[in-house]
Design a protein around this ligand. Sequence first.
Ligand SMILES: Cc1cc2nc3c(=O)[nH]c(=O)nc-3n(C[C@H](O)[C@H](O)[C@H](O)COP(=O)(O)OP(=O)(O)OC[C@H]3O[C@@H](n4cnc5c(N)ncnc54)[C@H](O)[C@@H]3O)c2cc1C
Length: 439
Amino acid sequence: MGTATATAAETNWARLRRRLGERLVLPQDAGYDQLRLPFNTIYANRRPAAIARCVRPEDVQACLDFASHERIPVAARSGKHSYAGYSVPEHGLIVDVAGMADVQVDGTAARIGAGAQLLDVYEAVGAAGQALPAGTCRSVGIGGLALGGGISVIARKYGLTCDHLTGARIVTPDGCLRTVHAQCEPDLFWALRGGGGGNFGIVTSFTFRTDPAPDLAVFSLKYPEGATADTFDAWQEWVAQAPDELWSGFRVDAGPRSLPSVGGTYVGPAKDLHALLDRMPPGVRDVKEMGYLEAMRYYAGPAEPGKPFVASSRMLRRHVPGSRVAQLMDGQRSVAILFDSFGGVIERVAPGATAFPHRDATASAQIFVDIVDMTEQEARGILAGIRDGLGAGNTGYVNYIDPEMPDWPTAYYGRNLARLRKVARRYDPDRVLGFPQGL
Ligand SMILES: Cc1cc2nc3c(=O)[nH]c(=O)nc-3n(C[C@H](O)[C@H](O)[C@H](O)COP(=O)(O)OP(=O)(O)OC[C@H]3O[C@@H](n4cnc5c(N)ncnc54)[C@H](O)[C@@H]3O)c2cc1C
C-alpha cells in the first residue's frame, strides 16, 4: 500500500464489480448521473470514477480493500449534505451507505444504519416514544451529522448527537470491521464523537442512547428590518441566563436593512415558555405546543431539492456586538447568518471527553450565501468577509465544512487536534481516506 495515486483509467474496476455486481455504478452505467448529484449543486459537475451502493458491511470492506490495493482515493457518503460536496477527487471511489438505513429501537437504545436520513430516524425513534437530538433538515444523513457533533433544537437540554453515541461498527482502511465502544478501541470511540466525517474509517451503523420523548413548545419572534443590533444584543444576554430547557436560534437575513428573527424550542409547556419570552424585546410572537415527533417533522421541513450555496461558520465564545452583525449584514444580499445557542448540557461535557472541542462556545454562527446572480467566487468573497468580520477567532464547526477556511485544523478541532491526528494515523496510516480537509 502507499499514498493513493492511481488514475481512474488504470484502475481495475472489474475486480470490485466481481464483489459488488450492479451495486458498483460506473459513469457509463444507468443511474450514474442521478446517483452522483450532491445536495449542494455547485458541485453538480463532479464526476467520481465510481460509486458503490453498499447494502451491508461486507460491501464496505470490499471497497476499502480494493481502494487500498489499487491505491485510489475513497470517501464515504451518507446523506450527501456536505457543504464541500464530495471528499474524493475525480478518479476516486464513493462508498455510498444510503442503502444501510435501518433504524431499530429497543428500550433506550437506537441502532441506526449509517445511511439513514434524519426524518426516518425521527419517525422510528419517535414511534417508540423515544427522542434523539439530531439536526433539522429531513434528508441530512445521520452519518456525517453524528460524526461531526450534531447540533439540534433541543441541544441545551439533551446535548449533541455525538454525546448520545454508545457504539459504532466501522470498517477501517485495512478492511477490518470493528465494533467500537467505551471499552473497545476507546481512542477510536472518542474520535468518532466529533472528529468529523470522512476520517478513521467508514461507519456502517451507530448505537445511540435515547431518552423518553418530551413534550415541546416551538416558538418564533419576528422583528422589523433594522432591529438587528438591539435584538442580537438582547438575545445573547437572554440565552445566557435561560434554563437548559430553552434552546434558541437567532437568524439575520441580509437586505438594505437586515432582518432579524428568533426561533426555538422549549422542553415543557407553553405557559412556562411565555414567561421566558416576556424577557425578550417584544416582537410578533407565535408559540405552538407539539409532541417530540411532531416538532421534529416541523423542523425537518418539506422535501427540498438541492441548491447552489457556499457556507462557513464560527463558534462564539463571548458577546459579539449586535452593531457589528448589523453592519456586516445591512446592504448585503442572498446572505443569512444563523446563530444557534450552545450552553446547557453541551457545556457540561469536558472539552477533551469527546473529540468535539467547542464545549465552551456560547453559540455557533453559520453563514450561508445562496448563489443567485453572482459567481461562486463572488459568493466566497462575501462569505469570508462576514465569517472573519464576526471577530470570533479561528474557530469553526466541522459539519459546516468550508473549503476555504483559514487554518482549518485548528478552527475545527482546537486542542483535540493532536490526539485526533494520532488516532487517524493509527487507523489510516496510508491516508487511504485522505481528502483536502481530512485528518
Ligand atoms: C440543509 C442542511 C441542514 C443542516 N442542518 C444541520 C443541523 O441541524 N445540525 C447540524 O449539526 N448540522 C446540520 N447540517 C450540516 C450537516 O451536519 C453536515 O453537512 C453533515 O456532514 C452532513 O452529513 P451527510 O451524511 O448528509 O453528508 P455526506 O456529504 O454524505 O457526508 C459528509 C461527510 O461525512 C463523511 N461521511 C458520511 N458518511 C460517513 C460514514 N458512514 N462513515 C464515515 N464518514 C462518513 C463523508 O465522507 C463526508 O466527509 C445541515 C446541512 C444542510 C445542507
